[in-house]
Design a binder for this molecule. Structure first.
Ligand code: G1P
Length: 309
């Protein structure tokens, strides 16, 4: 039996320019999704799948991330003194959640380069990579299934989602063939962000990967690709079409709920969807949202202000 995977790598070095000015002095991973920073959803997901050793690949301006997962004694004392057990539990949760480590990326040379920075920490064992822009609903299973496939086949596993062809150019896109498992496909090729209208399929790579340590050697040899960056997709393409001993690349086709917090519109949608489903906020939020949405017209009012119904 192979040893269970315990390490998760979370690249978090991006500058978050799409969210300026909010991200001028604050990492985009700290943007709240309802009342929890986006990054904590991702760490929660890793831990729920048994990955307690988390390595974040960070950059300049990311100290708020480290502070979030650190202990804040004076805040705990204040909440203890007030007897506010509920908030105390929330504050302690991010500290106790996982064993979080940090390494800086240095030069921003792309996702493949960020993953390569995990080499020393990961060593010679399989590991998971979780991208912070993608939040997977905790009620739906993805990472656990990917880990199961990795254990069964000792292979590389990526997550795929069927997307509308009009947005395929925003993703890594896979060409696949079926396996005996309905949710599992074998990858025959991968292309990073194909030009609009040229995508070979509508199966998009979403931000969850279970990788074997061989990926590091391949990344070392991967030349800059799309956008002049070292692309993880290109290294996976080399693996998918590489020698048989490398085990190929498999894709788990995810049919659950995924929220994209990477751009402003999708971020807003994620907050509305997640808040609507919450036990505490959902009932009141939905009661307000329904008539609000029903009263919306197709155009923004001339003064740019929307009034409550
Ligand atoms: C990255 C990957 C891309 C993948 C996407 C998923 O792109 O390079 O292959 O489809 O994440 O979110 P990014 O969105 O970081 O530009």
């Amino acid at each position: 039996m192979p040893r269970p995977i315990t390490k998760a790598v979370i690249p978090a070095a991006g500058m978050g320019t799409r969210f300026l000015p909010a991200t001028k002095a604050m990492p985009k991973e700290m943007l709240p999704v309802v009342d929890m920073p986006a990054i904590q959803y991702v760490v929660e997901e890793a831990v729920a799948a048994g990955l307690h050793d988390v390595l974040m690949i960070t950059g300049r301006n990311k100290t708020a991330l480290e502070n979030h997962f650190d202990k804040v004694g004076e805040l705990e004392q204040a909440l203890l003194a007030k007897g506010d057990a509920e908030k105390l539990e929330k504050v302690r949760r991010s500290t106790d959640l996982a064993d979080v480590h940090y390494v800086r990326q240095g030069d921003p040379l792309g996702l493949g380069h960020a993953v390569l920075r995990a080499r020393m920490h990961v060593g010679d064992e399989p590991f998971a990579v979780l991208l912070g822009d993608d939040i997977i609903d905790s009620r739906d299973v993805l990472l656990a299934r990917m880990l199961e496939v990795q254990a069964q086949r000792n292979t590389t596993v990526i997550a795929l989602l069927e997307v509308d062809p009009s947005v395929a150019h925003q993703y890594g896109i896979a060409t696949v063939e079926p396996t005996d498992d309905p949710d599992l496909v074998r990858i025959t090729s991968l292309v990073e962000k194909p030009a609009p209208g040229t995508a070979p399929s509508n199966l998009a790579v979403i931000g969850r990967y279970v990788l074997r340590p061989e990926i590091f050697d391949i990344l070392e040899a991967t030349p800059p690709g799309k956008g002049g960056e070292i692309q993880l997709t290109d290294a996976l393409q080399a693996l998918a079409t590489g020698p048989e001993w490398a085990g190929g690349v498999y894709g788990v086709v995810f049919r659950g709920r995924r929220y994209d917090t990477g751009d402003r519109l999708d971020y807003l949608k994620a907050i509305v969807q997640l808040a609507s489903d919450r036990d505490d906020l959902g009932p009141d939020f939905r009661a307000w949202l329904k008539p609000f949405a029903a009263g919306l017209s197709d155009t923004v009012p001339a003064d740019g202000m929307l009034t409550e119904p």
